[in-house]
Design a protein around this ligand. Sequence first.
Ligand code: AMP
Ligand code: MG
Length: 418
Amino acid sequence: MISVEEARRRILTYVSELAPERRPLLEVAGQTLAASAVASFNIPPLDNTAMDGYAVRAADTAGATEDTPVQLRVTGELAAGYVYDGRVEPGCAVRIMTGAPMPAGADAVVPFEETDETGRAAPSKVGHVESLVRIFKAAGLGANIRRAGEDVRAGAEIVPRGTVLRPAHLGVLASLGMAQVPVIRRPVVAILSTGDEIVPPGQPLQPGQIHDSNAYTVAAQVQRFGGIPRLLGIARDTIEDMTAKVHEGLSADMLVTSAGVSRGDFDVVKEVLRREGEVDFWTVNMRPGKPLAFGAFRAPDGRQVPHLGLPGNPVSSAITFELFGRPAMQKMMGAPLIDRPVVRAITRDRLRMTDSRRFFARCTVTLEEGRYVASLSGSQSSGVLTALARANGLAVVSEGSPDVQPGDEITVMMLDWE
Ligand code: AMP
Ligand code: MG
C-alpha cells in the first residue's frame, strides 16, 4: 500500500510539459504563457485625463473657491480618441473627456463637478469653440492626469513566462496588442470506460446494465482543468476489445480508463498493459478509491502515453482523477502544481473511520457566523455519486485517525466555492 503523495509522485515522473503553440487570445484562458509578454509601447501611450472636465493650467486656478470662482476662456473641446491640435494658453481651458490625451500647455484637469458645467450643448468630438467656464476649486499641478506609461512601460516584461492566464491577463495581453498568444498546448485526454455492464446514456438499460457515468464526470473534470477530453466509448471486459479501444486512444497525451482495476477484473487491464506497455497496480492508502492502475503505453510513433487506470465506482473514479489526474494535467500544461485551497471547518456530523486509510468525505461547507461549517452531503458509499454532486468540498481525515466527532475542527479541500 502506498500513500497518496507517493502515488502522485510516481505518476508525475511519467508526464512532462507539452509543446508550446500560438493560439487566438480568446482561447487561452487557463493556459500557461510559454514566452514572456514584453511591452513595445507605453500604456497609457500619452498623458490623458482621468475625469471629464476642463484641461487647464493649474496656476490659472489658484485661489478659486465657490465664492470667488476663476473664469477661463474655453477655446476647444476634445473627446477620447482624438488629439487636440492647439495649445491651452494662459487664462484658457479645453473641455475634455475621460481618456482624451492632454492638450499641450495644460497641466491639470478640473472635473465638471468643480465648474459651472451644467446644461451645456453636447460637444463636438474635437475642435475650437468660444465660451466661458467658471472654476470653483483650485487644481493642484497634475491633478486628474494619468501619466503615459503609468500602467505599462515600453520594454518591460509585463506577463512572465509560466503565468497561468486568468481573465485580467487576457485583458493585459489585449492592451499590449497581442491577438495570438504563445501558450503550452492543452493536453488531449482520452477516456475509456470498461465493463460488460456499462451502456452509454441514451441507450435503454437491459437487466443488469447501468449507464456510463464515469466518462462524463472525468471528461468534465478534464475540461475544467484546462484539457481536451476525447471519449473512446466503452470496452467490454475482453482483451480484444480493450486492446482495440486502447489503440484508438494512443494519439492522446494521456489515457484514462475506469474500472477493471479491482481484484476480480484487473486481469484484463493488466494483460493489455503487459502486452502494450508497462503497468503498475497500486493499492493507495485512501478511501474511496483504493485500487489504481498506472503505467504507460507505447504509441505507434514511439511516444510513451501515460495511462491512469481509475477505479470503477463513480465516486472513487472522480476523486482519484481529482487527486492524481489534476496534477498530471497541471504538469503537462506547464502550470505550477497548486493544490486545492483548504479551509478549517467545524463538522456537524460524525466522520466514521471504518479503516485506517486517509478518508476523503464528501461534504458541503457553508460560512455561518464567520466560521466554516461542514456537513456530510449524503452517503459516503463510493457508489453514491449524487452525494459527490451535492458536495463542494472533501473533508480530509488523516490515516489512522479515530472517528471525528460533531463539533471537531476538520480540514476541507474545496472543490468548488459556488
Ligand atoms: P469495477 O472496478 O469494474 O469492479 O467496478 C466497480 C463498480 O463501478 C461496479 O459497480 C461497476 O458497475 C461500476 N462502474 C464501472 N464503470 C462504470 C462507469 N463507467 N460508470 C458508472 N459506474 C461504473
Ligand atoms: Mg467491472
